[in-house]
Structure formats: structure tokens, C-alpha cells
Write a protein that binds this ligand. Structure first.
Ligand code: ADP
Ligand code: AMP
Length: 234
């Protein structure tokens, strides 16, 4: 039986650091039941638990550079395969970030009879990114995302959702941010062009309130779900 709940959908949130990918991801997960795959989150977990991979990646991340494609492919490949096997929906966040990762993803999905259905580019002027990143705070317990000015918690330093302590990411300092923005310009921007050439890119104006950004994405997700249903019936 075809219904909206069991239709596969593979999407990605794309954009420079601080453009709002994690914020939108948490809203989309709740509404559409995606499995959220964010290499940044996975790598921070490896660092926290002091795995071999985490120890290797720590200095690279602190410098704002990209971790090698080999590491990212191994990590993401495992997770993507697991979601496809159980027929789940994928929401990529921060991947692919190089043309090598783009090619890997295309081949990996095609080899499993799947594909990307849409990519949302959160378009935000560069001058707004720095303020978003330096003011970002995260709950160390549940990962909820705040901002000291535009989304402050009710009690300073305390998560509204779970009461956990809020922390600042180590790479949300001006020096790392410069490195991350340079990596985006040089290595990640060409990926946007590749998705655009496939006709899969949806440009979303990201310098508007979170709810309005979400509404623009949500409309398109519903349209894509409808298209995948038509594809199935055809
Ligand atoms: P990314 O995952 O792309 O790095 P985040 O979702 O973590 O970005 O957002 C970066 C910062 O900007 C966070 O502090 C978040 O609260 C804030 N933010 C996200 N979306 C908006 C928005 N639409 N308007 C203002 N601030 C936002
Ligand atoms: P993010 O949480 O997306 O801001 O990512 C934090 C950091 O993790 C980045 O600055 C990179 O060092 C690393 N990282 C995250 N995703 C990738 C990726 N797809 N390829 C390489 N490095 C990544």
C-alpha cells in the first residue's frame, strides 16, 4: 500500500557553516521521520569517546579544514547502507562537501538502486555567517541548537528542552571559522554546481526567521513526496 509514511526520500541540506542546516534538520526529522546523517555530529562523537578516528580528526576540525574523503566515505557509507536496508528516509547535513564525496554518494546510491531526490541550498550572505557561528550554543546533552541573541534559552546556559548545560563548539571561534569558510568556497561550492546541473537543487532564502525557512523547505518536501508517489504509480 502506498501512503506518504512509507515513501522513500533522500534529501540533503546544503550551505555554508552557520546557514541553519542543523536547525532545519531537527524540524524536518520531527515532521517527516528522516534519519539525520551529519558527519560533523558523527565526528564530534568520535572525538568525545576518544576513538582512533576521533584522535586523528580532532586537529583537522579545530583548524577548520575538511577531514579526508576516505574517512568520510567509510563513515557515511555504513550509515547510508543501514538506512536504505530498513527502507528509511535519509537527510544528509554537511555531506557531500567535496566533488569526490559527491561522486561517491552518486555511485553508492546507484549501486543500491537508489538516488538523491532533492538538495536544499540555504543561501545566506557571508557577512551574516560569522555572527551566527560565534553566537551559537549547543546543549551538551541533547544537542538542541541555540543562539545567544536570536534564540536564547529561558535560563542563560541551560537547555530549555532537557535542562542540560549549553556549550560552545571548539571550532566556533574566529580563526577556525575563517578556515571553514575558505574550505566551503574552495572545496564545497563546486558540489552545489553539480547538484544544480542535475536539476535537484532548491535555493532557499536563509536570511529570514527559522519558521519561514522551514515553511519554504516543507512545501518542497511535500511536492517531492508527491512526485515520488507519481513515479511509483507510473
Ligand atoms: P549549520 O548547521 O548550518 O552550521 P545551525 O543550524 O547550527 O547551522 O545554525 C547556526 C546558528 O544560527 C545557531 O546559533 C542557530 O540558532 C542560528 N540560526 C539558525 N537559523 C536561523 C535563522 N533563520 N535566523 C537566525 N538565526 C538562525
Ligand atoms: P559541521 O558540524 O558540519 O560544521 O562540521 C564540523 C567539521 O567536521 C568541519 O569543519 C570538518 O572539519 C568536519 N566535516 C564535517 N563534514 C565533513 C565532510 N563531509 N567532509 C569532510 N569533513 C567534514
Amino acid at each position: 500500500m502506498d501512503n506518504e509514511q512509507n515513501r522513500a526520500l533522500n534529501l540533503a541540506l546544503f550551505g555554508p557553516p552557520g546557514s541553519g542546516k542543523g536547525t532545519q534538520a531537527s524540524m524536518l526529522i520531527e515532521a517527516f521521520g528522516f534519519t539525520h546523517l551529519a558527519p560533523g555530529d558523527l565526528l564530534r562523537e568520535e572525538i568525545k569517546t576518544k576513538t582512533e578516528l576521533g584522535l586523528k580528526a580532532e586537529a583537522v576540525i579545530a583548524a577548520g579544514r575538511l577531514v579526508s574523503d576516505d574517512i568520510i566515505h567509510g563513515m557515511l557509507g555504513r550509515h547510508i547502507a543501514a538506512v536504505l536496508e530498513r527502507g528509511g528516509r535519509i537527510l544528509l547535513d554537511g555531506f557531500p562537501r567535496t566533488l569526490g564525496q559527491f561522486d561517491f554518494l552518486e555511485q553508492f546510491l546507484a549501486g543500491r538502486g537508489s538516488r538523491m531526490h532533492g538538495v536544499f541550498f540555504l543561501d545566506l550572505p557571508t557577512e551574516e555567517l560569522i555572527g551566527r557561528l560565534t553566537g551559537r550554543r549547543l546543549c551538551g546533552q541533547c544537542g538542541a541548537v541555540y543562539h545567544v541573541q536570536t534564540l536564547a534559552p529561558k535560563v542563560a546556559g541551560v537547555c530549555d528542552v532537557c535542562g542540560g548545560a549549553l556549550v560552545q563548539r571548539k571550532d566556533d571561534n574566529r580563526e577556525s571559522i575563517q578556515g571553514r569558510l575558505a574550505a566551503y568556497e574552495q572545496q564545497t561550492f563546486p558540489v552545489l554546481k553539480a547538484f544544480e546541473a542535475q536539476g535537484k537543487l532548491f535555493r532557499i532564502k536563509a536570511d529570514q526567521p527559522r519558521e519561514e525557512v522551514y515553511a519554504a523547505i516543507e512545501d518542497k518536501v511535500r511536492a517531492l513526496l508527491e512526485e515520488t508517489a507519481v513515479g511509483r504509480r507510473a
